[in-house]
Design a binder for this molecule. Structure first.
Ligand code: S3P
Length: 434
């Protein structure tokens, strides 16, 4: 475990290219493996999580050539021809891989797959995917009824209509992928919209994906014809640079090539409400399922912030950025409240407890609630600083770093190496701007 110190920063200046999107990199490789034919992925994220996906796909029979420069070429196995691996599939720290892959594997008749991962993965619930898959006829074993290791005995599946009890793109994607190999048309009803990368990529692969209000449906499919993919920059990673520029007085930066799919840009809308100015051509919501991902450059400057309220319907659109909303709230005028975000408790760490304890130790006035937090801002003055433990969570490590830049005494982050899970060049990119 490495410890790093982030000193109070001068104004941030310059440009940085957003690192490749993690969600889209996982999906591009997975859909490539499910297809017949060869898919070329450019700007693939080479980080711990997404390399776990490449290894998993190799283990079940896909031919994966990682050129090491962001180009990955996947020759698929075909929708019904995943191979039974010689041992457990190791998903590492990757929750998205753990939740999406079983959707495909559940219909691989007569083959057995065991999915396991690191100590964080073993604490993250998988009953949320076991339940709908079982309703489709899948034969699944979990540990203590809720946790990995997760065992899939492949068997024929039948389509269902599934009302998601929580808005989760991972669960939605799992059911849709299972639906491709099931008999009939599978429907998923979302309580509120969540990221739609799976739907877009399936549409691009020739699947007749239909969205009707809160319902997304996919028909049973013979085969997929995944297209070549250029992965956009990851807004969830760029958000750390954006927050740094908003918080450190006098800053002005440009973040290039950021994916601005409407279902991912909730953080930018929250920032706008708080008074920050972020310039760029953002996507507007649309009734039709797009088959591509919009990209733009974002221009960000520092400014005075006011507190805001984030309600449940906005939570999935900014889920991974909510720790940064807490930090921004610390320096805003008035109160910032996040509600309906109990999902934060089952991320790579309990991000309600981690954010509240961590920021309070740095001088913040912040209270945890069951489903979020309430922050009382300083009206512009930075936090005192001190030490924060990343708790093995990449986004907590990067949160601590950004808090340091906007603090009086700097912040020491224990476990900074966790950032490599999603953003291996985080420290370099930050140093370039700071
Ligand atoms: C993800 C969905 C979100 C998000 C995670 C990535 C995805 O999780 O927090 O980092 O790629 O689908 P949930 O679907 O569990 O909310």
């Amino acid at each position: 475990m490495t410890t790093a110190f982030f000193a109070p920063s001068q104004a941030l200046r310059g440009e940085v290219v957003a690192p490749p999107d993690k969600s889209i990199s996982h999906r591009a490789a997975l859909l490539g493996a499910m297809s017949t034919g060869t898919v070329r992925i450019s700007n693939f994220l080479r980080a711990a999580d997404t390399l776990s996906t490449l290894d998993a796909l190799r283990a079940i029979g896909a031919r994966v050539d990682d050129h090491g420069d962001g180009t990955v070429v996947v020759r698929g196995c075909g929708l019904r021809a995943a191979r039974e691996p010689g041992g457990p599939i190791d998903v590492g720290n990757a929750g998205t891989l753990m939740r999406l892959l079983p959707g495909w594997l559940a219909s691989q008749e007569g083959r057995i797959f065991v999915l396991d991962g690191d100590s964080s993965i073993r604490r993250r619930p998988v009953d949320r995917i076991a339940e709908p898959l079982r309703r489709m006829g899948a034969d699944i074993r979990t540990t203590d009824g809720r946790f990995p290791p997760f065992v899939v005995y492949g068997t024929p599946l039948a389509a269902i209509t599934y009302e998601l009890p929580v808005a989760s793109a991972q669960v939605k994607s799992c059911v849709l992928l299972a639906g491709l190999g099931a008999e009939g048309t599978t429907r998923v009803v979302e309580p509120v919209p969540s990221r739609d990368h799976t739907e877009r990529m399936l549409a691009g692969a020739g699947v007749a994906v239909v969205r009707d209000g809160r319902t997304v449906s996919v028909p049973s499919s013979a085969e997929l014809a995944a297209q070549d993919v250029v992965v956009p920059g990851d807004l969830s990673s760029a958000a750390f640079m954006i927050a740094a520029a908003v918080l450190v007085p006098g800053s002005r930066i440009v973040v290039r090539d950021v994916g601005v799919n409407w279902t991912r840009t909730g953080f930018l809308r929250i920032l706008a409400r708080m008074g920050a100015v972020v310039g760029g051509e953002l996507e507007e919501p649309s009734a039709a399922v797009a088959a591509s991902e919009p990209i733009c450059d974002l221009e960000v400057g520092a400014g005075p912030l006011t507190g805001t309220v984030v309600e449940a319907d906005e939570v999935p659109l900014a889920i991974d950025e909510l720790p940064l909303v807490a930090l921004l709230g610390c320096l805003a005028e008035g109160e910032t409240v996040v509600r309906g975000a109990q999902e934060l408790r089952v991320k790579e760490s309990d991000r309600i407890a981690g954010v509240v304890d961590g920021l309070r130790d740095l001088g913040a006035t912040i209270e945890a609630t069951d489903d979020g937090f309430v922050v009382t801002g300083t009206g512009g003055r930075g936090l005192r600083g001190g030490s924060i433990d990343a708790r093995g969570d990449h986004r907590m490590a990067m949160l601590g770093a950004i808090a340091g830049l906007a603090s009086a005494d700097g912040v020491r982050v224990a476990g900074m190496d966790a950032a490599a899970v999603s953003y291996p060049s985080f420290a370099e990119d930050l140093a370039r701007l700071a």
